[in-house]
Design a protein around this ligand. Structure first.
Ligand SMILES: Cc1ncc(COP(=O)(O)O)c(C=O)c1O
Length: 452
């Protein structure tokens, strides 16, 4: 089921043309920047190229593109037509994690599963479990991965699986609110908050809960639900509860609490914590998330919500997720003995390279600024690390008041700060796209700064 087919539409001719285009683009870039000797941009670009050559994280995929048809399939999707097009619209509005595809291709058949037609036919998985549709193999690999990474306590927790953590956010809102309350319970999160929270809370005009905005300015007495996102989407900072009152019910959304994005300081130990394969391993299309829930009644209500909503969660996806999580844990445990990079080492290095290049580009001019992060000790890597978030929280400086419109004018699609409860001077840009798109983004940002 999970076997990846090489798209037949890519002939040898396509492959040669693409390879040529990429190489010409690389040469053009070098000569173009060399003609500006002495300028800040020249130095910067030379440095970027040197980085790409020496650390080969960005450069390597380009070579891979011209050496195997498998990666060609990865890099020439309709929305990634190669680095040549100055007119190409770069859409980085969503956090679609395609950057991890190369790692999973390299894993070959290690994560391939075959599900015969007679298997996984029943609605039920384990009727003795509160979450009766939870596949035992998936639950086992969730517990194992958290132990290997050290990012969450799983003892004395009920695991509730969801169709992505999006479904679990709704299940948690349902479970934490009371049908007997006089009014809907307020749902808050500190700005800048994940832009989907307000619509998730209000889309169905539930009588149970209601979006009440920025947690920092929330001063209503009584019960409330606070969504704590750490590290935060969009700005990447570590977060704690902001309201901190006795009647608060907390949902910790730890979608990005993985070593490639942030130093792992200690195992998270909260009442209700959400994780997802979308951002941990990059398998957003599998639609699998999980909740670690302390309270049995809350776990039961979340399960009930999913039962009413989708009568469980795809067993095929859970089995596939189990296989992928197993491969990640194996890669971490066997890193030393097999002398192969673990998934987190690979993804950490890729993110580090991207952030280094991004900072170099942004610092080349005065038009944009980025958040600054302090290093902290990471128990997973055993050393101090600097956070390197999945999103760029970019601020347009000077008299640019609407950063999203400004960048759209340069054919870069981003998400405005106003969707996150913040100023439109900010935009969120995904860092998780393919190498080609990321390089084009850097090129575009450099060109914009030069024109100003
Ligand atoms: C903070 C946060 N929570 C939840 C989600 C939803 O993830 P999933 O794909 O598991 O539904 C996202 C996706 O971008 C996210 O950024």
């Amino acid at each position: 089921m999970a076997k990846l087919a090489v798209p037949s539409m890519f002939s040898m001719r396509h492959f040669l043309v693409l390879s040529l285009a990429l190489n010409v683009s690389l040469i053009l870039r070098t000569t173009y920047y060399e003609s500006e000797e002495g300028s800040k941009r020249f130095c910067l670009k030379k440095k970027m190229m040197a980085d790409a050559d020496s650390e080969s994280v960005i450069h390597k995929p380009r070579l891979a593109i011209s050496s195997t048809t498998l990666t060609l399939g990865n890099s020439t999707r309709a929305d990634h037509p190669g680095p040549g097009g100055k007119e190409r619209v770069i859409n980085l509005d969503h956090g679609d994690p395609t950057m991890y595809e190369r790692f999973w291709r390299q894993m070959g058949d290690k994560t391939t599963i075959i599900i015969p037609g007679w298997q996984s036919m029943s609605y039920l998985s384990d009727t003795s479990n509160i979450c009766w549709f939870l596949e035992a193999e998936f639950a086992k690999e969730v517990v194992r991965l958290h132990k290997v990474v050290g990012n969450a306590v799983t003892e004395s927790r009920h695991i509730v699986v969801g169709t992505g953590s999006s479904q679990l956010i709704l299940a948690a809102l349902y479970a934490l609110s009371s049908p007997d309350a006089d009014e809907p319970i307020s749902v808050v999160s500190a700005a800048p908050y994940y832009s989907s929270y307000p619509s998730m809370a209000d889309y169905q005009k539930s009588g149970l809960y209601k979006w009440a905005g920025d947690a920092e300015s929330f001063d209503k007495e009584g019960p409330y639900i606070e969504l704590v996102t750490s590290p935060n989407n969009p700005d990447g900072f570590r977060r704690r509860s902001m309201v901190n009152r006795s009647q608060g019910l907390l949902i910790h959304d730890l979608a990005y609490y993985w070593p490639q994005y942030t130093p792992i300081s200690s195992p998270s130990d909260h009442d209700l914590t959400l994780f997802t394969v979308s951002k941990s391993t990059g398998h957003a299309g599998m639609r699998i998330g999980w909740a670690l829930v302390k309270d049995k009644e809350v776990a039961k209500k979340m399960t009930k919500f999913i039962e009413l909503n989708t009568i469980g969660v795809s067993k095929d996806s859970q089995l596939r997720a189990a296989k992928v999580l197993k491969a990640v844990s194996d890669s971490c445990e066997q890193e030393k003995s097999k002398n192969e990079e673990s998934f987190f080492k690979y993804s950490y290095k890729l993110m580090a390279q991207r952030w280094k290049q991004l900072r170099a580009v942004v610092e080349a001019g005065d038009l944009f600024t980025l958040p600054q992060f302090s290093p902290a000790f990471c128990t997973f890597f055993g050393q101090k690390m600097v956070p390197q978030p999945a999103f760029i929280w970019l601020k347009c400086e000077g008299d640019i008041e609407d950063c999203e419109s400004f960048l759209r004018g340069h054919k870069v699609i981003t998400r405005s700060g106003k969707h996150f409860g913040a100023s439109p001077q900010y935009v969120r840009i995904s860092m998780l796209d393919t190498d080609e798109t990321f390089i084009q983004l850097l090129d575009r940002l450099l060109a914009i700064q030069e024109r100003q």
